[in-house]
Ligand binder design. Structure first.
Ligand SMILES: Cc1cc2nc3c(=O)[nH]c(=O)nc-3n(C[C@H](O)[C@H](O)[C@H](O)COP(=O)(O)OP(=O)(O)OC[C@H]3O[C@@H](n4cnc5c(N)ncnc54)[C@H](O)[C@@H]3O)c2cc1C
Length: 469
């Protein structure tokens, strides 16, 4: 299997990455961005991360196709445990790519059956390639979208949705841009899929493919890592964070063997939604693990402030526990009641979306609870530089003392500040609200999947004319 070192050295491949207005030469050696790479590399040190597949031999468990509820439960546990091993920060490196591969397996089969194409064979070959190579993947689904009310073909500039420029003898040429692509700048391969359902007029935008991150014409512009550069006392982000890129495809050539959808507009929505279901299952799994960061920090601050047994603190801790366990419950329920489509177990979309929606709508309560328990000091504590200055440090440990020692409380405040009162907070709030699909996207899925016949029949029976009087 691939080692951490092999992965890190593979990143020096000439990929076109920009950070804060400068081109990055080797991302694995960049003073700030290398942390996104070493975070991803932690995947290669996860205990018991492989299994032996009948066809592929020894592979990462992420690439193992779920056939049964227990396969999905194992996947939930894998994502949960990997997140905990990365200090509560999600490690997307093989999770999102396998979510997309499972969706592509299903949709390509349906396309082939209808149109006589050979997408499924291409998807399977690509799946084998990444599994055998133990590669990392990003998924670029979210287009930059332009005017949100307009369909892709109605946009003034077609490049606001990734689309087909031309069909050549050996493949296709694509252009356009995707937003927020997590870990694209430190992955081996990027899978692009449609972000929404398409109409016939949007056919050129119904396109799915995979490209190596170093492909000519592919340009990635990384977001500022403010949580690290703007907070000298950051603890988690010095070891683990994920970066996002604006991912630009400027007339990129995609050979046929890497094209998985081409103008099958009627299958774009199915692909977008099936991927979203797998990926939201991934989301509730990692979010359950990430909640431990906030719960642990709140417990630590309650202890340092000497208020662990106060009634309102118990209430607040209860709110975070509920958030965590609701994530876990939705993952467990979704794993145990999947949709089975041929050989694929798809997490129950209803239970997955309920968990995801709860997470979107209630993460601010988790932050609220942590801020309440911590006190104003998480915003006003002097900096790490002050703590390191001998002329000030004694004052800080003397005056920032709590129920225990000043040093312990300062450490605890540093973590609570990073989580609840820093730019990392804004990033995480946005992530919890939008990543893996917006609130509206989950609501739409919920209403689509809800069985309304039972309640309608019940009320019809009650309201039946012969029952009145
Ligand atoms: C940290 C982070 C990581 C992410 N990682 C990835 C990734 O790896 N890959 C990937 O593909 N995506 C990723 N995403 C993208 C994520 O899925 C999107 O942010 C989400 O789907 C919302 O899309 P948007 O950001 O374009 O927001 P918008 O769609 O611009 O939403 C803004 C508002 O407009 C509303 N709106 C949008 N369209 C309409 C309409 N037609 N009518 C009425 N209202 C509308 C929305 O409901 C929302 O209220 C990530 C996002 C974040 C924050």
């Amino acid at each position: 299997m691939r080692t951490r070192e092999q992965y890190l050295s593979s990143l020096a491949d000439g990929r076109e990455v920009y950070y804060r207005g400068k081109k990055v030469q080797n991302i694995a050696e960049h003073p700030v961005l290398k942390i996104a790479a070493t975070h991803a590399a932690k995947l290669y040190g996860i205990q018991k991360r492989t299994l032996v597949d009948q066809d592929l031999g020894e592979i990462s468990r992420y690439f193992s196709v779920p056939h049964t509820p227990s396969d999905l439960m194992l996947r939930h546990k894998l994502i949960y445990d990997t997140t905990l091993a990365c200090n509560g920060v999600f490690n997307i490196s093989q999770a999102i790519g396998s979510d997309a591969l499972f969706a592509l397996r299903l949709v390509s089969r349906e396309s082939d059956a209808k149109n006589g194409t050979n997408y499924n064979e291409r998807v399977r070959n690509f799946h084998s390639k990444v599994a055998k190579g133990d590669l990392t993947l990003a998924v670029a689904q979210t287009d930059v979208k332009g005017d949100r009310k307009k369909r892709p073909h109605e946009q003034q500039d077609p490049d606001v949705y990734v689309h087909v420029n031309s069909v050549e003898r050996d493949g296709i040429i694509v252009s356009g841009a995707k937003a927020h692509t997590t870990q694209a700048a430190v992955c081996d391969e990027i899978i692009a899929i449609p972000t929404r359902a398409m109409t016939e007029k949007d056919s050129d935008f119904a396109v799915a493919f995979a490209v190596p991150a170093s492909t000519p014409g592919l340009k990635m512009i990384v977001r500022p890592i403010d949580e690290l550069e703007g907070n000298s006392s950051a603890l988690v982000s010095t070891e683990d964070y994920e970066l996002e890129t604006l991912t630009i495809f400027d007339k990129v050539f995609i050979p046929w063997e890497r094209v998985f959808q081409l103008r099958e507009f009627d299958k774009a929505g199915l692909l977008a939604l099936t991927f979203a279901t797998y990926h939201r299952f991934t989301a509730v799994s990692y979010r359950a693990a990430t909640s431990n960061l906030y719960l642990g920090s709140a417990l630590s601050m309650a202890k340092e402030n000497g208020i662990l047994d106060a009634a309102h603190v118990k209430d607040r801790l209860g709110e975070i526990i509920m958030y965590k366990e609701l994530m876990r419950m939705s993952a467990v329920a979704a794993a145990n009641t999947p949709l089975i489509k041929e050989d694929l177990a798809i997490p129950n979309p209803m239970f997955t979306n309920i968990g995801k929606l709860y997470s979107n709508q209630n993460f601010s309560k988790v932050l609220d609870a942590l801020v309440d328990i911590s006190g104003g000091i998480i915003s006003t504590m002097p900096s790490l530089e002050d703590q390191m200055n001998p002329l000030e440090s004694r004052d800080l440990t003397k005056y920032l003392v709590g129920s225990g020692g000043g040093e312990e409380r300062i450490k605890s405040i540093m973590l609570a500040k990073e989580l609840a009162a820093s730019s990392q907070t804004g990033y995480m709030l946005t992530l919890m609200l939008h990543a893996e699909g917006s609130i509206e996207a989950s609501k739409m899925a919920l209403l689509k999947d809800a069985d309304l016949t039972e309640p309608q029949n019940l009320v019809t029976r009650i309201l039946a004319p012969n029952k009145v009087g």
